[in-house]
Design a protein around this ligand. Structure first.
Ligand code: UDP
Length: 385
């Protein structure tokens, strides 16, 4: 029987947890199962990341139903529940705010301790399913790794016990520090078309995948209008749902925009480091851009990562609003290009801190929920009798 299980399911999970997985693999003090929930499954949304970052592959993979969010979540819950019937781990670890983390319900049903990496981030935008998911798993968790003090404070305000929150820094810094040389040589994986486009001229990068942007015609149109106002070459690795919706809404990008399927991590990071700036609605991409010194336009109404605005590495563009002044966003981000900011995400030791803490907790078998006396408010009523 393994000590713990880590359950991941989407592209950025593999990237962000890559060092954690390598440290778990080489640990003599902790045994683990790596379970893939099955949420992302295609070669360029999953396998390429294991290969390029040399990450140990999952030893358990679920086959789940795909149809819609309810099908995915219920199928992940069922699969985890059945797996736990035979595997009584000391704890089960999740990361982030996706359909996969809702599998934590099954872990709660078995009353096995839950660990949440990327805990206590909040956009305070209750229209986003992700906000509901991350709030739910934080309140089910027995151990939370929060990247920054500010996130921990958000958890405390919700009454989560200070005893279970540990601040670690953001593991994406670890990944960028460790793989900088690989990003340098990432150009070897670029297609001929992209290599040609970036040969001489300055270029921009774009990614759009969030459901509130992609499924909403007016929001996707605002993003297309903004991108069409740029005059440099734009490389736009476009997710499959976005491609489908662009066709369905009959939206067209100008000829300076090169659209392709999603690309591998090393070539993406190569482009991100060299691009003039990036337009993106991805939480991870704006963090990565900030760390690499690339400015960004964040295509979102609200964010759970306000630090990029605090250090002025990013400009906000809200696609849910109707705009007429697209040029002003472009000149704002152009003006950030030559400024220097200090990345606010940590010192590159987050993965080590997380794995060390898991080893300590597993050693003493102390994953179990904090004592009632740890609650940051009076609970004496519930102990009456
Ligand atoms: N990424 C990639 N190839 C692409 C687009 C993105 O490798 O074509 C990487 C990117 O560097 C980041 C992650 O995928 O690490 C972001 O994934 P996504 O935007 O799907 O998720 P989010 O960050 O919004 O959760």
């Amino acid at each position: 029987m393994k000590d713990i299980a880590i359950i991941l399911g989407i592209r950025p999970d593999v990237i962000r947890a890559s060092k954690i997985l390598k440290l778990l693999e080489s640990s003599n003090n902790l045994t683990y199962d790596f379970i893939w929930s099955g949420q992302h499954y295609s070669e360029n949304m999953k396998d390429v990341f294991f290969e390029q970052l040399n990450v140990p592959k999952p030893n358990v993979e679920f086959e789940i139903e795909k149809g819609n969010d309810a099908a995915i979540v219920s199928s992940v819950i069922k699969n985890i529940y059945n797996h736990l019937e035979k595997n009584k781990y000391k704890a089960v670890i999740f990361l982030g705010d996706t359909n996969t983390v809702m599998g934590s319900i099954a872990v709660a049903q078995h009353n096995i301790p839950i660990v949440h990496i990327e805990g206590c981030m909040r956009s305070y935008d209750w229209r986003m399913p992700e906000e509901k998911y991350r709030t739910t798993i934080d309140h089910l968790s027995d151990r939370i790794y929060a990247y920054l003090d500010g996130y921990k404070n958000q958890g405390l305000k919700e009454g989560i016990s200070e005893q279970i929150i540990k601040v670690t820094g953001n593991p994406i810094v670890d990944i960028i520090n460790e793989n900088k040389n690989l990003f340098e040589s990432g150009d070897q994986f670029l297609s001929q078309e992209i290599s040609k486009l970036i040969e001489k001229d300055e270029f921009l990068l774009a990614t759009v995948h969030r459901r509130e942007n992609v499924l909403e015609e007016s929001s996707l149109k605002e993003i297309v209008n903004l991108i069409n106002k740029t005059d440099k070459n734009v490389i736009f690795p476009m997710g499959y749902t976005t491609q489908k919706k662009m066709k369905e809404f009959n939206l067209n990008l100008n000829s300076n925009v090169y659209v392709c399927d999603p690309i591998g991590y090393l070539e993406f990071m190569h482009l991100l480091g060299r691009s003039d700036y990036v337009l993106s609605d991805s939480g991870t991409v704006v963090e990565e851009a900030c760390i690499l010194g690339t400015a960004s336009i964040q295509l979102r109404f609200s964010t759970e990562r306000p630090e990029v605005y605090d250090v002025e590495s990013s400009v906000k563009f809200d696609p849910s609003e109707k705009h007429t002044d697209y040029e002003s966003f472009i000149s704002k981000v152009e003006s950030l290009k030559n400024t220097n900011w200090e990345q606010p995400f940590g010192d590159g030791t987050a993965s080590e801190k997380i794995v060390q803490d898991l080893v300590n907790l597993s050693d003493t078998d102390s994953f179990k929920k904090h004592a009632p006396s740890d609650y940051p408010f009076d609970i004496s009523n519930s102990l009456k009798g």
